[in-house]
Design a binder for this molecule. Structure first.
Ligand SMILES: [Zn+2]
Length: 272
């Protein structure tokens, strides 16, 4: 039996500011990791529960594809032994978008990767693409995608519908330069890693105001592994072998990201 747990102020909002989020049903709240523990990668399978996400031309639900791909990526990352890996949802449960961010913040994630396979109105469009947060969308297609993605919270209860505007504004504006640079670097690595192995959308590195990417201090990307609206992408993503290829490309990008990151362990802080 899963209980709902109150989560007080895990989001870093700056001095004196704290947002209150409820840790969603289905989420786990482990004790803080020991010092020196490997970095935590949080994978976020999109949608779930009452929110199916996009429904493919032959009836595949995005939420099932997203979870299957995230479980495969978790398996691959865990096999390397270099990271701890957590999923925002390990089964078919609804989690509001800000609850997903709260899970990553609360668990001290080093990276946050949201995994999707949404639908576009143009069924001929196919291929993987990678999204980072920006106030303005890179193009009209991405703006529409972000609108649909952010609309997942229409399924949420009133406590999530009514994020105070001031808090929402702070969340939107507090994305630090450092976080943005880390996100951009990960997006770049992802695209490079997909190239050659996984079909890519034109201009595959895009940006828009995705709510799920608004963690203030965790480099975050949203990966569209393909589009449910395209019969070729849908058929491919139904195959475990194809999901394993997508996951392998993502794992290589994650490995490269951590390899490039400067050692982050803070030394003792010296006065003066
Ligand atoms: Zn989605």
């Amino acid at each position: 039996m899963i209980t709902r747990r109150a989560l007080l102020g895990p989001l870093v909002l700056g001095p004196g500011l704290a947002a209150r989020f409820v840790l969603p049903a289905g989420a786990t709240a482990p004790p803080p990791p020991p010092r020196g523990a490997p970095p935590l990668v949080v994978l976020d399978p999109g949608h779930g529960g009452k929110d199916p996400g996009a429904i493919g031309v032959s009836g595949t639900y995005e939420k099932h594809v997203a979870l299957a791909a995230a479980e495969e990526l978790r398996r691959q990352l865990a096999a390397g032994g270099r990271y701890r890996v957590a999923l925002t949802r390990g089964h078919d449960v609804f989690i509001p978008l800000e609850g997903r961010v709260a899970i990553a913040e609360q668990q001290g994630a080093a990276l946050f990767i949201s995994m999707h396979a949404d639908a576009l109105s143009d069924r001929s469009v196919r291929g993987a693409s990678v999204y980072t947060l920006a106030a303005a969308a890179s193009d009209a297609q991405t703006a529409a995608l972000a609108r649909r993605e952010n609309a997942a919270d229409r399924f949420a209860g009133p406590e999530f519908r009514n994020t105070p505007p001031a808090v929402a504004k702070i969340l939107a504006s507090l994305v630090r330069q450092e976080t943005r640079a880390g996100s951009a670097r990960l997006a770049h690595r992802m695209v490079g890693s997909f190239a050659g192995d996984v079909p890519l959308l034109d201009n595959p590195a895009r940006h828009a105001g995705f709510v799920v990417l608004k963690a203030a201090d965790i480099p975050s990307v949203l990966v569209e592994m393909g589009f449910m609206s395209n019969p070729g992408d849908e058929a491919a993503l139904r195959q475990a072998a194809h999901r394993a290829e997508v996951a392998a490309a993502m794992r290589r990008a994650i490995d490269a990201w951590f390899a490039q990151a400067a050692p982050t362990a803070p030394g003792p802080r010296l006065a003066g």
